[in-house]
Design a binder for this molecule. Sequence first.
Ligand SMILES: C[S@@+](CC[C@H](N)C(=O)[O-])C[C@H]1O[C@@H](n2cnc3c(N)ncnc32)[C@H](O)[C@@H]1O
Length: 333
Amino acid sequence: MRFVMLLRPHANARYEEAVLPLAEKELLLTIGQIMPGSGDHTVRHIDIMGTRAIEFVLSEMPEALTKAISGHSALLLFCEYRDDGSLVPLAGPAVPELGDDLSAILKYKGKTNERFTRFLIHMALLSAHVHSPEGKRLVFADPMCGKGTAVFEAVNMGMDAYGADTDGKAVAEANAFYRKYLEYHRIKHANKEMSMTIPGGKSAPVRSVSASGKGEVRFAVCDAGDAAYVFGKGRVHIMAADLPYGVQHAPNERGHVTSMSAMLEKLMSGVYASLAVGGAAAFSFNVNTLPREKVASAAMHAGLRPASGPCYEGLEHWVEQAVRRDVCVAVKD
Ligand SMILES: C[S@@+](CC[C@H](N)C(=O)[O-])C[C@H]1O[C@@H](n2cnc3c(N)ncnc32)[C@H](O)[C@@H]1O
């Protein structure tokens, strides 16, 4: 049977071109995880009436795979491609728990784009070996959350979602925005402000919002290395972080600039401590300031296993003049 996945266009054509290989790898990883042993799949990039698409052949299409493909970060429409040239729709993008605009409304310098953020989370999710405990949600965390793009994407994917960042202003803004969003949509919620003890005799301010039937969102101000103290040690199933793109954007907990290596080492120890066994984390970084090997070796040094194989290779892509971004996924076995 022939299938075709139509891709959602991106406003920036050059960026759209650059991330095409990512859409292909995400699709191949999805097929491989749901149908292990189904062999190597050849995909073909095609154009349908001006819409980019990926075509592939499979002997069957189990419901679990259709569902998993609906979580693809770039999906516009997934169809069976009949020999007579007709397209039979099988799935559209998964319905967001709250609304697609949740992660899109806030616009600011340094924001990680929503679709790429969804890609990171989905790659980690596909690489993890975790199940949500009976009646509970999976727990997601971004230890460098900025104003919460990944937290909001994870909420829309039905997870409890936590974020931490050293930038207290960004975190406060993300929390205030989330509360406003819930109020605007008349979703009942309970707010809590706490302070959690972190190493060095310090404490991290934590704001938690539990929305009726939608799980918990938690924002904390702390260094990524201490994030396990606010996320809960061994409690997080899925993590994603878009690392600072330049040395100048890597302040330590006192706001002083620190080296990328030191930041990376702390980050990975925090990720390892936060993740449950079987959990996975996806990191994106600017290869002009942070070579991939450095990220992978820091992950390994912390006890994580960098995921390997064709779906995790060739993910480097152009973002802007000074930024070439790559992705590394690591698993806690
Ligand atoms: C590329 S930005 C992430 C942006 C975020 N994904 C968003 O869309 O808002 C990197 C973030 O890492 C944060 N950061 C830098 N060093 C940190 C550290 N040691 N611990 C926690 N956060 C840190 C910065 O404050 C910044 O918000």
